[in-house]
Design a protein around this ligand. Structure first.
Ligand code: HCA
Ligand code: CU
Length: 374
């Protein structure tokens, strides 16, 4: 599972998010930030989409980033030629193979798909570029049809409608791994909340490349968010993920994209959500203060984040209060702390207290204590 690569598709799938409109400058800013984060590939909107898309593709190729630049094209010679002109490192070719798409979208039969795919793939390989061939809506396609489309650097499967479960992904990828020796890329939509789990299941069963976008933006409710996917992989192999990616850049990349598409980072976002490292219940707080690993699978400092123990509420516990007393350097005993904890609970039954409110209370007790001793 360690040896995976990220195909970051904020500038392709992400552009299909309802709110997305990226100027050239924004695309460049996002591309640079993702490159600094360390993703292996950037996937860009097809140059055949519009004149600006074509020019932007060239501009990003011209930045000379470490990440390889891919563009995403329909399985069509005209599109492939245009894409090659832009100087990208590789092409992600896609065509729909499910009966829905054959019937209601492009209207082509399997033989036509295979013939066109062969021509396009041969052309791209002849130009010396990396080529991936992917079938849109793979989970509602005939697996045998899929497997016929080989002879490429990478095959792709896409859960275009977000219907797949981790078990189904495991089965399909395992079967695919049994018949192809090339890389396998996976693309999962998140309509039923399985995108990250599906990506992980795919990697466990032989996939090599995973598509992500910053904050998960994409068509409908999107694909695996870069941050959440990274969290999953970090939990599986912390040292490897730390060595591969510049994790403290995550928050900045997310802020750039959130701002560009006019959304805020969700409160419960993986890693960077405002409460992602806030511990509240007294039992949790006590253990966290003894050893953070008790209730933290992710180390906040590895992501440039900080842990916070909330104490001004009715679920608080005296150990957490004592910890705050020590931070403030107040001369209070354990039994004082227990008494104050009860006071906090009584007050917080009426309304939660801010840290400032709690500090005032603690200082008041502390001052009373010092006076007593004189
Ligand atoms: C789409 C296309 C795609 C392509 C995925 C891929 C999908 O429907 O917009 O290239 O692997 O979800 O099928 O994003
Ligand atoms: Cu998609």
């Amino acid at each position: 599972v360690s040896n995976f690569k990220i195909i970051e598709s904020t500038l392709r799938e992400g552009e299909q998010f309802a709110n997305a409109f990226f100027t050239t400058e924004k695309k460049i800013e996002i591309a640079k930030a993702l490159d600094e984060f360390g993703v292996e590939y950037l996937e860009l909107t097809s140059p055949a989409a519009s004149t600006q898309s074509y020019n932007d593709c060239k501009a990003i190729v011209g930045l000379g980033l470490n990440a390889k630049i891919l563009t995403h094209v329909r399985c069509h010679m005209d599109d492939a030629k245009l894409a090659v002109e832009t100087g990208v490192d590789g092409l992600d070719v896609v065509i729909g193979t499910s009966s829905y798409l054959r019937e209601f979208s492009h209207g082509k039969d399997m033989q036509y798909i295979i013939d066109t795919a062969t021509e396009v793939i041969e052309y791209i390989k002849g130009e010396g570029l990396e080529v991936r061939f992917s079938s849109e809506d793979s989970f509602r396609s005939d697996i045998v049809d899929l497997l016929n489309l080989i002879g490429v650097n990478r095959v792709g499967i896409a859960d275009t409608v977000g219907c797949a479960t981790p078990d189904q992904v495991a089965d399909l990828v395992r079967t695919l791994r049994g018949v192809v020796s090339c890389d396998i890329e996976c693309h999962f939509h998140n309509d039923t909340g399985c995108a990250i789990a599906n990506a992980y299941a795919a990697l466990q069963n032989g996939a090599t490349h995973v598509d992500t976008s910053v904050l998960g933006i994409g068509e409908r409710n999107g694909i695996p968010p870069l941050g959440g996917f990274i969290a999953r992989m970090y939990a599986a192999d912390k040292e490897h993920v730390k060595s591969k990616y510049n994790l403290t850049k995550l928050r900045e990349v997310e802020n750039i994209v959130a701002d560009a598409v006019g959304v805020s980072v969700p409160f419960n976002n993986y890693v960077t959500g405002y409460c992602a490292f806030t511990h509240k219940a007294g039992i949790h707080a006590k253990a966290i203060l003894n050893n953070p690993s008790t209730y933290e699978i992710l180390r906040p400092e590895d992501f440039g984040m900080t842990r916070y123990v909330a104490i001004g509420h009715r679920l608080t516990g005296w150990n957490a209060v004592k910890n705050r007393v020590e931070q403030l350097g107040l001369p209070l005993t354990d039994s004082d702390c227990k008494q104050i904890t009860n006071k906090i609970k009584n007050l917080a039954d009426i309304r939660p207290l801010s840290l400032d409110d709690v500090d005032k209370l603690l200082r008041k007790y502390g001052a009373a204590k010092s006076e007593d001793s004189h």
